[in-house]
Write a protein that binds this ligand. Structure first.
Ligand SMILES: NC(=O)c1ccc[n+]([C@@H]2O[C@H](COP(=O)([O-])OP(=O)(O)OC[C@H]3O[C@@H](n4cnc5c(N)ncnc54)[C@H](OP(=O)(O)O)[C@@H]3O)[C@@H](O)[C@H]2O)c1
Length: 329
């Protein structure tokens, strides 16, 4: 069976791609920065099929050659090892940086890290690249009535002028990856998820930004927010996201950007779904509903990948029930 490489196998997204790929019978080479870290590897090695078909490697995106061993013999690379950078090296929040520091310390490391992974893949003769980006690359300066993957393109300079370096890193990374893959004749698919929920492979992911709103209610009985945020939000179930990645790899015609989330809901409606999972919890104070309708998307391309996508209420319900089952003991 075919071998694939998952860069960032210990991450929320990467570990779910590993799980999905193992379930489909692939041999998987996974990377994390320290493959000797058993607090992470033991959860990956406990996945069904892992003992026979998963090998883990240490690799750091700052060093392209550290990925060479993990790429050897693979047909595709799935890149989920470039989490957002929120602070400069000295701890300054990204939003407080000027243009030069923001680019050098927030945007450039992600761009270069992606190019380092791609260079290792190119050296290994890999022809298929599945790259995890984010909806933060889908916010053009003039809002769209309905977003499509082709039109919902952030403008990096516009974002950086507002101090949004952590958002700008994604569109800069995508553009660099696109240019690299054209030059090296590699097929590139880019995925655009947003806040992700759903069962996690590693317990460490319960502390991630994505799960904290629901966990605060279910586990601590108290909301993270003091008042319900205004505006709308989308959500993705991480298992649906992983399926989109693997389905796109398995469809040779698939290329380009793909939304990897559901229709947005107003935050008031999201909290109403959260509340069903934690009826005793104290909820944030209500705030007036936004006059703006929730962001709308055209999901034609996403749905062309053939994944039966959940929706936000189903994802929140499944995640809440899973959390209450005390999954990690
Ligand atoms: N989580 C969300 O809700 C969400 C929402 C939208 C978009 N995304 C996007 O999804 C992608 C993956 O995010 P995630 O939430 O899965 O991140 P994550 O849970 O923080 O995992 C990141 C993965 O990358 C590895 N990694 C971190 N720094 C690295 C480096 N310098 N070199 C090599 N590997 C490194 C980590 O390994 P070790 O730390 O074990 O070394 C881990 O395997 C990112 O591009 C993120 O922007 C995530």
């Amino acid at each position: 069976m075919t071998q694939i490489t998952v860069a960032g196998a210990s991450g929320l997204v990467g570990s779910n791609i590993v799980k999905e790929a193992l379930e489909r019978g692939y041999h998987v080479h996974g990377t994390l920065r320290d493959a000797e870290d058993t607090s992470k590897t033991r959860w990956l090695m406990a996945l069904p099929g892992a003992a026979q078909r998963l090998t883990l490697f240490s690799a750091d995106a700052a060093d392209s050659h550290s990925f060479d061993a993990a790429m050897a013999g693979s047909d595709a690379v799935f890149i989920a090892c470039l989490p957002p950078i929120y602070r400069a090296a000295d701890g300054t929040p990204a939003r407080e940086l000027d243009r030069a520091r923001g680019y050098d310390e927030i945007v450039r490391p992600v761009r270069n890290g992606c190019l380092n992974v791609l260079a290792a893949a190119a050296r290994a003769g890999i022809g298929h690249v599945m790259l995890c980006s984010s909806t933060s690359s889908t916010n053009p300066p003039v809002p769209l009535a309905i977003k499509t993957e082709a039109t919902a393109l952030s403008d990096a300079e516009h974002q950086m002028a507002q101090g949004k370096f952590t958002a700008a890193e994604k569109i800069v990374m995508e553009t660099a990856a696109q240019d690299f893959c054209v030059e090296h004749q590699m097929r590139l698919c880019v995925f655009l998820p947003t806040m992700m929920l759903g069962p996690t492979v590693l317990p460490q992911h319960l502390d991630s930004d994505s799960h904290r709103f629901l966990i605060a209610l279910v586990r601590d009985g108290k909301a993270v927010h003091e008042t319900v945020p205004q505006g709308s939000m989308s959500v993705s179930h991480v298992a649906d996201v992983a399926k989109l990645f693997v389905n796109a790899y398995e469809r040779p015609d698939a290329r380009g950007r793909y939304f990897a989330m559901y229709e947005s809901l107003d935050w008031a409606d999201i909290y109403a779904e959260f509340a069903k999972q934690a009826p005793q919890a104290s909820l944030p104070a209500p705030s007036p509903r936004s006059n703006e309708p929730p962001t709308r998307f055209d999901f034609t391309r996403r749905d062309s990948l053939g994944v039966a996508m959940r929706d936000i209420p189903t994802t929140i319900a499944e995640t809440g029930q899973w959390l209450k089952s005390d999954p990690f003991g």
